[in-house]
Ligand binder design. Sequence first.
Ligand code: NCN
Ligand code: DMD
Length: 338
Amino acid sequence: MSAPFSTLAEFRAVLANAPGKNTEAQAGAEARNGQLTKPPGALGRLEDLAIWYASWRGTDRPEMKAPQVIIFAGNHGVCAQGVSAFPPEVTVQMVANFEHGGAAINQLSKAFGAKMDVHALDLDTPTADFTQAPAMTEEEVVAALQTGWNAVDPNADVLVTGEMGIGNTTSAAAVAAAVFGGEAGDWTGRGTGVDDAGLSRKTDVVARGLALHADAIKDPLQALRCLGGRELAAMAGAIAAARSCSIPVILDGFICSAAAASLHAAQDGALDHVVAGHLSAEGAHANILSNLGKDPLLSLGLRLGEGSGAALALGVLKGAIACHSGMATFAEAGVADG
Ligand SMILES: O=C(O)c1ccc[n+]([C@@H]2O[C@H](COP(=O)([O-])O)[C@@H](O)[C@H]2O)c1
Ligand SMILES: Cc1cc2nc[nH]c2cc1C
């Protein structure tokens, strides 16, 4: 799909004009849900999930046959400050691993029947260290948003956005702090596993970034530009593109949710077509999700990223849709209702 914007102002307008859900399909799905052979509410959140999915797919009896997982990779200048337990070369090495089928997300995509695509964004040119300068220029952040937008298959019927980027929990913490407020320490965690000294260095880096860009980052899309990374912007672009094609989205962990938070703060309702796949073990993820008003589907202690928690949640969504669209009604099955 070709991105319908070439500036941040145009991207903002795309968000403002995004299509809403189909309320007729929603009403039809609610009515169908009430007739299925189960006590009312007995399928718990699966019922809400199926109705939500129906409302975005525009039919009261939807299917889920074409899940797409997209992994975006980026490198971060802020790694020079010693904020990760791993060296930045791991980003490109893991991209090769994704391409050769050896990563966790390859197995999970296969297990849940999802097509998986990988987009490496200018890995040889890390973003600027945000303690020194804005991470990206406007041209760079728009290019990353476009890459994300163009990566979405319009024929997909659900989208998982995942990421790979050594250093990106530092960027995500900074973006979350900019968007939701609070102190650097409220949002900074151990990422791939930094020790106590690493955590205090990282917290200081986030605080310095917030101070340096204090004026610009009052605007959430400027926060994405000044403190984020190319893979965060690409995920934001993909989430916006999915909305334009009525494709529901499952969020992954901390970094994915921080990227999505910039859309939520830029435009009320920008994440109405989105559910939270899981709660990451990264400490501040719960805080992002509660600010977004999203209740995660799973909580398995994952802190891998690369779309893994969201891919697992594809199974839950698939189950919800299978029950909603495949079950017999009381009348069809000749079962007495209550
Ligand atoms: O998804 C999460 O919640 C998550 C939490 C911690 C780490 N990660 C992954 O680890 C990398 C970032 O960690 P770090 O320590 O280098 O900032 C990046 O590749 C992420 O995919 C992901
Ligand atoms: C090995 C490794 C795999 C990952 N997958 C997503 N983030 C990652 C970070 C590391 C370090």
